[in-house]
Ligand binder design. Structure first.
Ligand SMILES: NC(=O)c1ccc[n+]([C@@H]2O[C@H](COP(=O)([O-])OP(=O)(O)OC[C@H]3O[C@@H](n4cnc5c(N)ncnc54)[C@H](OP(=O)(O)O)[C@@H]3O)[C@@H](O)[C@H]2O)c1
Length: 265
């Protein structure tokens, strides 16, 4: 039996997810929910249509999804997830900037209902492996910098992934990194920001999608770990993996690491 999937958010990511669902024989798109009214049907890229609504609860009651994939907006996600849980559907959430207090409540709610949920700040499997390798390397170095590069429309800097990478590296090392002091920063900001002694630089350029380098420095050597998302398709294998795995778990899982067996260290 195919896994019935509703998609929340009909923007760039939502549309990529829908196209991928249409091509996976074990997954079936059953509904689309987003903010703006657009009638009651969403045309699928491969032909046919599914019900569309701005009201998640009645939509999910009518279409009975097993999984709800959410790439929408932090203001919209809690309503969608509440509706998903109410019909016994499992959320797979990629939306950024979610309220930590709400995530804590979601954790309790999933346990209480014995329903799986996956919230991942980064669904690009290569980026998750890059962070894992950075954590593994961290104990062997005292100095590290991160260069994150994104498209010019990104609203925030540095990226959530860069901050999370720096925090995870310091945790794995058991101490902050040593930030070499710069006596005189002739142009303020040139040396970048700082998290746990790790300097972070943010580049914003048209032509880029999402890229990150973690550079460790030591006597006579550097180690660079780099990941490039060259299109939004890079997130899709991770999303499909999460859709399949969320059916097998009974709690909230944060990040793809546990799903990929990359926990610890
Ligand atoms: N975890 C990851 O790996 C990953 C990867 C890529 C993106 N993201 C995150 O996923 C989210 C969606 O990204 P995207 O590029 O698809 O965005 P987008 O193109 O702007 O699409 C956002 C969608 O959310 C809907 N939405 C619902 N409530 C909204 C509200 N209050 N304000 C604005 N939009 C609202 C919009 O509805 P309408 O179309 O009706 O306006 C739209 O369909 C963002 O938070 C992004 O940072 C995460």
């Amino acid at each position: 039996m195919a896994i019935r999937v509703a998609v929340s958010g009909a923007g760039r990511m939502g549309q990529q997810v829908l196209a991928a669902l249409c091509q996976a024989p074990d997954l079936e798109p059953v509904a689309v929910v987003a903010k703006s009214p657009r009638g009651d049907k969403w045309e699928l890229p491969q032909g046919g249509s599914v019900p569309y609504s701005t009201e998640p609860l009645p939509l999910f009651q009518a279409t009975r999804p097993h999984v709800v994939v959410d790439f929408s907006h932090a203001q919209f996600t809690p309503t969608v997830v509440e509706a998903a849980l109410a019909v016994g559907a499992r959320p797979v959430i990629g939306t950024s900037n979610l309220d930590p207090a709400w995530l804590e409540r979601l954790k309790g709610e999933c346990l209480r209902r014995r329903l799986g949920a996956i919230v991942a700040p980064n669904f690009a499997i290569g980026a998750v492996v890059m962070m894992y390798l950075a954590r593994k390397a961290a104990p062997f170095f005292d100095v590290a910098e991160i260069v994150e590069m994104h498209h010019d429309a990104k609203v925030d800097a540095p990226s959530g992934t860069a901050i999370a990478t720096a925090q995870a590296m310091a945790k794995a090392k058991g101490a902050p990194f040593r930030r070499p002091p710069t006596e005189r920063e002739t142009i303020p900001g040139t040396r970048g920001g700082e998290v746990e002694g790790i300097t972070i630089h943010s580049l914003r350029l048209p032509g880029m999608v999402a890229h990150q380098e973690v550079i460790f420095g030591a006597l006579g050597q550097t180690l660079t770990i780099r990941h490039d998302s060259i299109s939004r398709e890079s997130f899709i294998p991770g999303v499909l993996l999460a859709v399949r795995r969320v059916m097998e778990i009974g709690e909230l899982v944060m990040g793809l690491e546990p799903i990929l067996g990359l926990e610890g260290g």
